[in-house]
Write a protein that binds this ligand. Structure first.
Ligand SMILES: Nc1ncnc2c1ncn2[C@@H]1O[C@H](COP(=O)(O)OP(=O)(O)OP(=O)(O)O)[C@@H](O)[C@H]1O
Length: 221
């Protein structure tokens, strides 16, 4: 479960103060699939980054699975991210010196899963995303869409309880985009993952149980 209460986030540049999150309160139940829509610059990614523990907030409270994560140390945030959160972001953050399969296996290693099991899980996830033939390639040898799919395979291999997706179909052709949506849908319905997805696509948003909209930093149901 995800709970935000009266969350504010401001950005300051020399001349401008931007309130990217303006008194945002939100509750996403366990196993819910929420879509966040809204115009460019309305604060969607800022919201996702705050829930994903990538950026701090200025005021308010965030709870994930019943644990308050506001103000916890960087070390605890990292542990929490590794154990509970999965990200499907457009910046793939693949490790360039690791092959495709090694990238997918890495977070499983952090969780203490043995080599045989992590190889099997990674192969299975790569197969679902039609990437088996690329398992020994390096990220630089892949197209943008292929890199995004590797990142999704890496996320799904960990079976996170909360998945945060920022424009997950943005860079992909229609067929691959649908595969990604199907994978998210499966994680939601078969594995009870809670999903928060930012999207501009009506088709992607229609996969969700509920839609909310960001307007100038405020959340509108
Ligand atoms: N690091 C930053 N410094 C200053 N302002 C920022 C920073 N990051 C975001 N903002 C501002 O905060 C507001 C919200 O940005 P955010 O990226 O959350 O929007 P978004 O809804 O995700 O947009 P898009 O759909 O274009 O990705 C914008 O006005 C943006 O200019």
């Amino acid at each position: 479960m995800i709970k935000l209460e009266n969350v504010y986030k401001h950005f300051y540049t020399k001349k401008l103060k931007t309130t990217a999150l303006n008194n945002v309160s939100l509750q996403v139940e366990k196993g819910e699939f929420l879509a966040i829509t809204g115009k460019s610059g309305s604060g969607k990614s800022t919201l996702l980054n705050a829930i994903g523990l990538f950026s701090s907030i200025d005021e308010g409270l965030i709870e994930l699975n019943g644990t308050s994560v506001t103000g916890i140390s960087q070390k605890k945030k990292l542990t929490y991210r590794r154990e509970h959160l999965g990200y499907v972001f457009q910046s793939f953050n693949l490790i360039p010196d690791l092959s495709v399969i090694e990238n997918v296996m890495l977070p499983l290693k952090f969780r203490g899963i043995g080599l045989k099991e992590r190889t099997a899980v990674a192969e299975q996830e790569l197969d679902k995303l039609s990437l088996s033939s690329r398992r020994d390639h390096y990220p630089s040898q892949l197209s943008g869409g292929q890199q995004q799919r590797v990142a999704i395979a890496r996320t799904m291999a960990c079976q996170p309880s909360i998945i945060l997706a920022d424009e997950p179909t943005g860079n992909l052709d229609e067929k691959t985009g649908q595969t990604v949506l199907d994978i998210l849908h499966h994680a939601n319905t078969a594995c009870d993952a809670t999903i928060v997805m930012v999207t501009h696509s009506d088709k992607a948003a229609s996969m969700a149980n509920r839609q909310v909209k960001m307007v100038q930093g405020e959340l509108i149901s």
